[in-house]
Design a protein around this ligand. Structure first.
Ligand code: SF4
Length: 350
């Protein structure tokens, strides 16, 4: 198998034991990252590295198993349901936090949509469903319609959200004229149609992606972007500020900058919290007021935590952006900083 560091003979057993994600990358993405002149950074997103055999961590860093209420359906925060619609992506990110699922034949993928619909009917506090995976746009437009058949009848759902990296990996998918009717259906059911893109770096944004976002926006689709802070790829405030400014100009609202998770085989992508805060501050210094819409977030087992600052008192200040317990949301808390900490669990209590 080819790795960034060179070719190495590996057995299927060895790959399985180290949870090495299968290799797959689209031709259009490789062409885009070479032409962008950022190949030396962006290759780490899709090209396997020998570091994957050494990186410690877990395969379920956010407690997805504990929040799975039905096969393929998670309900962690009261307002949001999450559907795992597929285990396939157009290319596989080496840092994926769902590497336990993607590129495999996973039993965590939804099979029984009627059962999901029954659950949603019984949970009127749920206001939106995120269709994720894998990448939902790997599914045929017909299958996406089937999923909508089971979501649109509920008046308490006011938005349908798709999480996708397809605009980076295979932007042509969004030229399917049938998608316009899919999004129209969502609007006709009086719900917001939302696409959450996943651009980690300005070098991933192609002319074709920009054109397709522009045309879908004209059909009323709302766009947000989430990025992951990744060592060697985008741990640079200038690059991320340029990425967010470009998203903003395209009508995509920068939404989350995720702290990379301690994923087994991918924790070498993590950037220390101190450096992450410097980068987040550097991004804010470079953006205008209306472009500063991102939050630096750690998606922890206990909830989504916004990382705010490292104080002069040596403590990291944080705030729950989302938590299963509503009374914790918005509350600021702090932990002593330990040099080289990447995650909440690396910060001591007290
Ligand atoms: S596109 Fe998303 S789900 Fe697929 S490999 Fe990348 S991060 Fe994972």
């Amino acid at each position: 198998m080819n790795f960034i560091q060179g070719t190495r003979a590996v057995t299927p057993v060895e790959l399985e034991a180290h949870s090495i994600t299968r290799y797959r990358v689209t031709k259009s993405y490789i062409e885009q990252i070479i032409n962008s002149n950022y190949y030396d950074h962006l290759k780490f997103i899709v090209e396997p590295s020998l570091e994957e055999f050494e990186s410690p961590g877990s395969l379920d860093t956010s407690g997805e198993h504990d929040n799975t209420v039905l096969p393929g359906f998670q309900h962690k925060y009261a307002q949001t349901g999450m559907l795992l619609a597929t285990d396939r992506c157009a290319s596989y990110c080496r840092y994926c936090f769902r590497k336990r699922i993607v590129g495999k034949d996973s039993d965590e993928i939804v099979t029984n949509l009627e059962q999901v619909a029954r659950y949603i009917r019984g949970h009127p506090e749920m206001t939106n469903v995120l269709i994720s995976g894998g990448d939902p746009f790997m599914l045929s437009t017909g299958r996406l319609h089937e999923i909508l058949d089971h979501l649109l009848p509920f008046p308490h759902l006011n938005s349908i959200r798709f999480g996708t990296k397809m605009l980076a990996y295979a932007p042509k998918r969004f030229e399917d004229p049938a998608l316009v009717a899919l999004f129209r259906r969502i609007h006709t059911a009086r719900k917001a149609a939302v696409i959450v893109t996943h651009f980690d770096h300005i070098g991933e944004i192609s002319v074709q992606a920009e054109r397709n976002v522009c045309s879908l926006r004209a059909h009323g689709v709302q766009f947000f972007n989430q990025s992951v802070l990744l060592a060697k790829v985008n741990d640079d405030s200038e690059i991320l500020a340029a990425t967010f400014a470009k998203c903003y100009q395209m009508g995509i609202r920068p939404y989350y900058l995720f702290q990379a998770r301690p994923v087994k085989g991918a924790s070498h992508f993590q950037v220390p919290i101190r450096r992450g805060l410097e980068i987040a501050q550097g991004i804010n210094q470079r953006l205008s007021g209306i472009q500063k819409t991102f939050r630096y977030i750690m998606s922890h087992y206990t909830g989504k935590i916004e990382i705010l600052d490292l104080g002069a008192d040596g403590r990291v200040y944080m705030r729950y952006h989302q938590n299963k317990a509503p009374e914790k949301i918005g509350r600021i808390f702090s932990r002593p900083y330990r040099e080289g900490a990447f995650w909440l669990d690396d910060l001591p209590d007290g």
